[in-house]
Design a protein around this ligand. Structure first.
Ligand code: HEM
Length: 557
């Protein structure tokens, strides 16, 4: 791609001279990328197609700034790209590579504390760190620079590869290949198979109007949860230690409505198969942590954890199939043309010949749409409990919206402070600690040539908690998101990922989280007086230890 050299800082009308060069990036049109400053020149990389050249020239003419030249290559960095071998990182041992560091009692790298390891590596080596020679898996490169993360995302090709869950990959593509028959869903599926499936469901899932159809069922579930808090809290208004499990049930109930059009009754009046589904999903989460984050004995032995994992997935599929088939029968026998079809009905209608698509989508939603929102809700409640002023302001906003009657899509437009609180929590405690990509081609990152196949791990948690990228980074300051034109790098916090593999459930997650938090803070003042809440990677970044929240009635009249 071509580069352009411009006089420093004032080169483009969109440049903000008061900002540091790197922050300028957020003001540049997306076709340009801030590359470097050399002497008194600003170097902009043009990352889009040819017509952009002329567009850039006309920008410069209008701004009366003289572009020095347009080059097809960047002469200053030509031949200065460093070798992969030069990327800094912990030194591997002969034979054992760096794997020994992850072996319990031998090494000091614990996956559940990878956020702490990441911090130490950054302090020792800087913005790019290589962990190489890992037995049976690709090298990992940790990346701590939002501009470089943006570069990796923007140079993605049509089939981005997000490394995830080899155990699930094996289950879908080898063990139960007869059921999946080449349709792997989107989780732990890659290449053409992933693309084919995502294209079938993406439009329905990401259209704002689809999420709006679930406002009423999601509100009903949130109301049940708010009632349940009153039932389970003790005389001092404190909920049981395993409150995370209660949030989990709310989340499962919400996803079951979206994925299968059913009311499971996790919070009250359960269906006969509800307990089996709850148990299967719990078993899946418990076993996947062991299979993915510990030594992978399952690859060699039929371990009890592996058996439990398979059984849990088989049950989720069996129960989901029963409900997708029932929905298909309903659709065929009494099609209701008056109302908008649900997500499930749309997916079934588009794939009438193969209802498995709806079942596999439901499975994927259960696998990634429960722990994520559960962790986020726990973190939001915790941040609000530690920031009572923000909670008061939020409670007033929630009340003024909720007093107008049942939630509608217009209500969500008014939740400005609520959205800022959620965004700020996900900045401080992103649920997905380090999203990643396996490079599908050799890529220059931080001045090094990183080979195809390397697993890049974006260190979002470290970046979004760093004073380098956020003022008062450790503080919960939702107001920062209410300022127009804030100067934060757009890739410095990216809780739902980016690009073609971005979170498919984002609209549902927003709807669920906003509805529940609004209803909780309208009714209760939330407190947490049990010290600092600790977190662990399991594999989502979740609070660990008892969630001793206190919910005190606000008693508004
Ligand atoms: C707070 C809640 C959530 C967070 C923070 C979150 C975050 C993420 C992230 C970081 C990714 C990876 C994106 C990338 O690779 O660029 C992802 C993928 C995905 N998420 Fe979510 N998610 C949440 C809730 C949900 C929910 C509720 C659903 C389902 C209804 C869902 C469905 C998915 C799916 C299916 C993918 C895989 C997309 C693909 O690979 O094509 N997520 N999510």
């Amino acid at each position: 791609m071509p580069f352009i050299y411009l006089p420093r800082r004032n080169s483009l009308p969109c440049f903000q001279p008061s900002l540091s060069p790197r922050s300028q990036q957020s003001y540049l049109p997306r076709e340009y990328r801030f590359e470097n400053e050399v002497g008194n020149l600003t170097i902009i990389r043009i990352i889009s197609e040819k017509k952009i050249r002329s567009k850039l020239w006309s920008h410069c003419k209008r701004a009366k700034s003289s572009a020095h030249a347009i080059f097809d290559e960047e002469p200053f960095t030509k031949n200065t790209v460093k070798e992969y071998a030069q990327v800094p990182g912990p030194r591997p041992l002969p034979f054992l590579g760096n794997t020994w560091r992850f072996i319990p009692l031998v090494g000091n790298y614990k996956i559940s504390e990878i956020h702490e390891i990441s911090k130490n590596l950054y302090q020792k080596y800087g913005e790019i760190v290589k962990i190489e020679k890992l037995l049976g898996r690709a090298d990992m490169v940790f990346l701590y620079d939002p501009a470089e993360i943006e570069k990796v995302f923007r140079s993605e090709d049509a089939l981005p590869f997000r490394p995830s869950m080899p155990s699930l990959d094996y289950y879908k593509h080898v063990l139960r290949k007869d059921f999946f028959a080449g349709i792997g869903g989107v989780i732990a599926t890659h290449g053409e198979k992933w693309h084919k499936f995502r294209s079938k469901v993406q439009q329905s899932m990401l259209q704002p109007k689809t999420a709006k159809m679930y406002i009423s069922p999601i509100s009903e579930t949130a109301d049940e949860f708010v009632e349940r808090i009153a039932m389970i809290r003790d005389a001092s208004n404190t909920v049981p230690d395993d409150f995370l499990n209660e949030i989990h049930k709310w989340s499962l109930e919400s996803i079951a409505k979206i994925a299968l059009d059913i009311k499971l009754g996790c919070l009250k009046d359960p269906l006969p198969e509800t307990q089996e589904l709850i148990d299967s999903i719990n078993t899946f989460f418990k076993s996947v942590v062991i299979l993915e984050l510990k030594v992978p004995f399952w690859k060699v032995f039929n371990t009890p954890t592996w058996q439990a994992f398979i059984q849990s997935l088989d049950s989720i599929i069996r129960i989901s199939s029963k409900h997708t088939e029932a929905a298909l029968d309903r659709l065929k026998s009494h099609p209701d043309k008056e109302r908008e079809p649900s997500l499930l009905e749309r997916v079934l209608a588009q794939n009438q010949d193969d209802p498995r698509i709806a079942t596999i989508l439901a499975l994927d939603m259960f696998l990634v749409g429960i722990d994520t929102t559960t962790g986020a809700i726990a973190s939001i409640l915790y941040q609000l409990s530690q920031n009572q002023d923000a909670q008061e302001r939020l409670s007033e906003e929630a009340n003024s919206v909720l007093k107008n009657g049942p939630l509608t899509s217009a209500s969500f437009e008014e939740f400005t402070f609520l959205k800022a609180c959620i965004k700020e929590t996900l900045r401080l405690r992103p649920v997905v600690l380090g999203n990643g990509r396996s490079l599908t081609k050799d890529t220059e990152i931080c001045g090094y040539n990183i080979p195809k196949g390397t697993q890049i791990v974006f260190q979002h948690y470290m970046i979004s908690n760093s004073d380098k990228f956020f003022d008062d980074a450790a503080k919960f300051k939702p107001e920062r998101w209410l300022q127009k034109n804030n100067h934060y790098h757009p890739f410095a916090t990216l809780p739902f990922g980016f690009g073609k593999r971005m979170c498919l459930g984002r609209r549902f997650a927003d709807l669920e989280m906003q509805t529940l938090i609004a209803k909780i803070v309208a009714k209760y003042r939330v407190e947490y007086n049990d010290g600092k809440l600790e977190y662990k990677v399991q594999p989502m970044f979740m609070p660990c230890g008892p969630l001793k929240f206190t919910f005190i009635d606000r008693n508004r009249h």
